[in-house]
Design a protein around this ligand. Structure first.
Ligand code: XBP
Ligand code: MG
Length: 240
């Protein structure tokens, strides 16, 4: 029986990645760097989960990442860029530039009404979650989620299953009692490694990913209700 729904955030709850991309580019400029990520490059870079990890991967790919004794300075520079990026992203959310995806709020409200626990399992920073959900759900947003696991609690990022293992432990439920909604191959792999059935909703940044093993691959959650999710969850084990 379905006893909890677990949501990823970026690309699943909301269409966040264009705002993340603009925030990264803003931070590069503020830091005096001539780096600029366009949409095709960012689409590839999204294969690396986590903003700091993504900056490091890009820097490494350029071939000019300082080595040896400069390692500490690199960490500090990445942290500084990421702080600027996080503040810019928060501002974009507050300015209304990030929208919840179709069907998401309906499901959240339906689950709350039925007393079905909801959880969040994401690689993103906690401040990003708070600003997004405060803006879209309201000041009491935190009451809707029994568990939130994020970059501050699960440092090993997706496709590592850490964030899902911790979410299940805190929910006190076995994987078989839960259903995950994700939007990316890294997210799907993390959930599958934790033994979780996963429904995928795609977006422009992830539509080309390999979603083998997903329970369903959907354009969005529009028109999807809890009875439908329970029905799919009951079919667990039969991949699409
Ligand atoms: C999303 C991410 C995040 C955001 C940026 O992955 O990788 O890093 O792009 O957020 P998922 P931060 O949806 O699989 O969790 O800069 O705060 O890391
Ligand atoms: Mg995602």
């Amino acid at each position: 029986m379905l006893q909890a729904l677990i949501f990823d955030v970026d690309g699943t709850l909301a269409d966040t990645e264009m705002a993340h991309l603009s925030a990264f580019n803003h931070a590069f400029k503020e830091e005096g760097l001539d780096w600029h990520w366009d949409v095709p490059l960012y689409t590839r870079l999204l294969e690396v989960s986590g903003g700091k990890e993504r900056i490091r991967a890009y820097w490494e790919s350029r071939g000019d990442l300082p080595q040896g004794i400069y390692g500490n300075a690199v960490e500090q520079t990445i942290a500084r860029i990421h702080d600027i990026k996080t503040a810019a992203y928060e501002q974009a959310v507050q300015d209304g530039q990030v929208q919840m995806l179709p069907g998401v709020l309906n499901l959240i409200h339906a689950a709350a009404q039925e007393g079905l626990p909801l959880a969040i399992a994401t690689t993103t920073s906690p401040v990003n979650i708070a600003s997004l959900l405060q803006r879209t759900i309201g000041p009491d947003w935190r009451m809707y989620f029994a568990v939130i696991e994020d970059a501050s609690t699960a440092p090993r990022k997706k496709p590592d299953p850490m964030v899902y293992h911790q979410t299940l432990a805190r929910l006190g439920l076995p994987a078989t009692a839960c259903l995950v909604v994700e939007d990316s191959a890294n997210g799907l792999r993390a959930a599958l490694k934790a033994g979780l059935s996963t429904v995928i909703t795609v977006n422009a940044f992830t539509a080309h990913h390999d979603f083998r093993g997903a329970l369903r691959v959907l354009p969005s959650l529009e028109g999807i209700d809890l009875p439908q999710l329970r029905d799919w969850h009951g079919q667990t084990g039969r991949a699409t």
